[in-house]
Design a protein around this ligand. Structure first.
Ligand code: 0RA
Length: 690
């Protein structure tokens, strides 16, 4: 119903909305207009990341209501026509006339920039900083918004069109026994060229948010393809019982549950997950941790529920307190004098989540992913120090296991250092003689240089022939690289494959790692589109994630996207990068050459006239599947995968690498049952060689 109305009104688009707006509406619309002129300033980008930002922004308001203790159930629904609907059972945004703006508080919040804090009443928002720009920004960037408030026995509605212009006033349209807010929006396609929401992105975000607000139920439902969905009076659309993908997250344990989830494929070395939540000097600090039998540190940090990929003050405070607490235990126990743990020792094998909440947060760093607020450091240090010391005293078994693990890490560090020193002294990475396998580029400027890491010598040869040798280098890797799961630096340095890679990158590794020495600003992994290729890619991602993290954080790592099919239609050649694309080109019934019993040679074509009649009848179509890069000739490889003007590259984000790290744990780790089920559930893909 609302959808129809919205469309009609857009078609006839009245210049002036029938609203109560007086003199102040000019400044209001100017504010929203400023957002439309420079959307990047408010939401970062107008790409898909920015599009999803709109969802986070609307969701954040409901989540803040939940953090205030007023709401425990939020539903996010993806609707047809690119609309998104967020419903919460909070108090409902107030609807009475606001004394300052002379319009309803709802309209004020929806149309005035940053009105949340100023007009919404005390405690409207704790968040701020990265998102937390206010729902009016979403309104400004949408062609349609509907806000529905259930409150004080009534059901109140207001709609906004074309960048936030109210359509009439906030109206009571009926009675309701419920309380809460429902916001539906449709992003403006003239601002967001791509309006396709990614289900997995939304699932991952909502899962994370559910961990961060314990006791909050968050459900997601994808009604974009639900046949018989029409907007209904249900408060939560999941109650309509439609056949649609949906998920619900609810974690009573909060961060404790998140740590357990992170460790689901690991072997914890002690039973109890440490947990604390406490306020200190205006900062609420919440931390959960557990050590596992592994050497990687898995730290996650949040400030006001925003993920801090680069850590920050809270992480610094945490590390200081962790090192000190464990050194204290060591002194009291049997540890020898002079053997104190370093920050690195106490982080080995730890899975920890640190979340702080405070009034004003400041972010800094390259991606604004680092918490800069200094108060967070002291508060985290104090809260954690006290609680962790108490935990170690109250749980002697856990304390013993942790101290043992950290002592082992210290010993291993000393052994590894001795080994590395001797290897380095012997010149393992010395002189930086580039490996013979590497076909380097001519340019000495890292900014323009690219390194293609390819699988095997045959693909290596093709890539060397096809490349632009001025700026493109090629390094073939042979077979499987070393299993780095448990490998320490000294062992890794004895692998020829890895040594080649490290020398080619130029950064060295471990203590002497130096990102400024990176020789290529694009490192491109180009493995085959089959199971082996996926395996090698996972290994490389894991290696880079664990030992060359700044390469990923700096945005230097990419994955090549070679086509899966070559399609010939008469003389025309096209490439398809997915099954969907192939089907779009030739239909689903066209057989794939390598899978047919026999292939007819295309007939030679003579003369223009003949050709014309031929193409008119039925152009010869053939579809060839590429299993590996080695199956392409050098020209094809250049055209489809290497030419900077035509290729598609996927930039690797930390989350991608993190996922690879987890898959890696599953494939290589000790958790046999999940490895089995992973392999079984991917067996189909494996036989199809996708
Ligand atoms: C401030 C005051 C009150 C409610 C809200 C904010 C509120 C905002 C949003 C945004 C999405 N969902 C929301 N739920 C509630 C009401 C204060 C009162 O009733 O006393």
């Amino acid at each position: 119903m609302a959808e129809k109305k919205a469309k009609k009104a857009t078609e006839t688009a009245p210049k002036k909305a029938a609203s109560s707006y007086g003199a102040s509406d000019i400044t209001v619309l100017e504010g929203l207009e400023a957002v439309r002129r420079r959307p990047g300033m408010y939401i970062g980008t107008t790409g898909v990341a920015g599009l999803h930002h709109l969802v986070w922004e609307v969701f954040d308001n409901s989540r803040d209501e939940a953090m205030g203790g007023f709401c425990d159930d939020i539903e996010v629904a993806l609707l047809p026509d690119n609309r998104v609907r967020v419903a919460d059972n909070g108090r409902g945004i107030p609807v009475e006339i606001h004394p300052k703006t002379k319009v309803s508080t709802l309209e004020t919040v929806m149309t005035i920039l940053h009105a949340g804090g100023k007009f919404g009443g005390d405690g409207y928002k704790v968040s701020g900083g990265l998102h937390g720009v206010g729902v009016s920004v979403v309104n400004a960037l949408s062609t349609y918004v509907k806000a529905e408030v259930h409150r004080d026995g009534g059901r109140h509605v207001q709609e906004y069109k074309n960048g936030g212009k109210p359509v009439g006033k906030t109206k009571k349209i009926g009675s309701s026994k419920l309380h809460g807010t429902i916001t539906t929006f449709e992003a403006d396609s003239s601002i967001f060229p791509d309006r396709e929401f990614n289900w997995d992105t939304i699932v991952a975000h909502m899962r994370q948010q559910a961990y961060l607000v314990k006791g909050l139920r968050i459900s997601i439902i994808d009604l974009r393809k639900a046949d018989n969905f029409k907007e209904d009076d249900a408060f939560y659309l999941r109650e309509l019982g439609l056949d649609a993908p949906s998920m619900t997250f609810y974690f009573e344990g909060g961060l404790r549950s998140l740590v357990a989830f992170q460790n689901r494929h690991q072997e914890p070395i002690h039973k109890n997950i440490f947990y604390v939540e406490k306020e200190q000097d205006g900062v609420t600090v919440e931390i959960a941790l557990q050590y596992v039998d592994d050497i990687t540190a898995r730290l996650m940090a949040f400030a006001n529920n925003i993920y801090n990929s680069e850590g920050g003050m809270h992480v610094t405070g945490f590390k200081t307190a962790l090192t000190r607490s464990l050194n204290n235990v060591n002194k009291n126990g049997s540890g020898k004098e002079g053997d104190s743990f370093t920050g690195e020792d106490v982080l080995e094998g730890i899975t920890a989540v640190i979340s702080v909440k405070m009034r004003e947060v400041q972010f800094e760093g390259q991606t604004k992913g680092k918490l800069g607020s200094v108060e967070a450091r002291g508060a985290t240090e104090t809260v954690f120090s006290e609680a962790f010391t108490a935990f170690l005293e109250e749980h002697p078994d856990d304390a013993r296991a942790i101290a043992g693990k950290v002592t082992l890490a210290m010993k291993a560090r000393k052994a590894a250092k001795a080994a590395k020193d001797s290897i380095l002294r012997k010149g393992a990475l010395d002189g930086m003689t580039l490996p013979g396998k590497l076909a380097d580029c001519q340019s000495k400027s890292a900014e323009e240089s690219e390194l293609f890491i390819v699988e095997g010598d045959s693909a290596g040869g093709t890539a060397k022939m096809g490349r632009d040798r001025r700026i493109q280098a090629v390094l073939p890797l042979r077979g499987k690289i070393l299993n780095i799961e448990r490998a320490r630096l000294d062992k890794m340095l004895s692998s020829e494959q890895i040594k080649n890679l490290i020398i080619a990158l130029g950064t060295a590794i471990g203590d002497i790692f130096d990102i400024s020495k990176l020789r290529y600003h694009k490192i491109i992994i180009a493995t085959d589109a089959d199971v082996d290729g996926a395996h090698i890619r996972t290994l490389l991602l894991t290696l880079l994630y664990r030992h060359f993290r700044p390469v990923i954080d700096g945005g230097f790592l990419y994955i090549a996207q070679p086509p899966l099919f070559k399609i010939k239609k008469g003389k025309e050649i096209a490439y398809a990068y997915s099954d969907e694309e192939r089907i779009k080109f030739v239909g689903k019934d066209m057989p794939i050459e390598s899978e047919m019993a026999e292939v007819e040679e295309p007939e030679p074509v003579e003369g223009e006239e003949v050709e014309e009649t031929k193409t008119k009848k039925a152009p010869k179509i053939s579809v060839q599947r590429y299993k590996g890069l080695g199956e392409m000739n050098s020209e094809e490889l250049w055209e489809t995968t290497m030419d900077p003007a035509r290729r598609i590259l996927k930039q690797v984000r930390v989350e991608d690498a993190q996922e690879a790290d987890q898959v890696f744990d599953m494939l290589m780790g000790t958790d046999v049952p999940s490895r089995k089920s992973f392999i079984q559930s991917h067996a189909k893909e494996a036989t199809l060689d996708i």
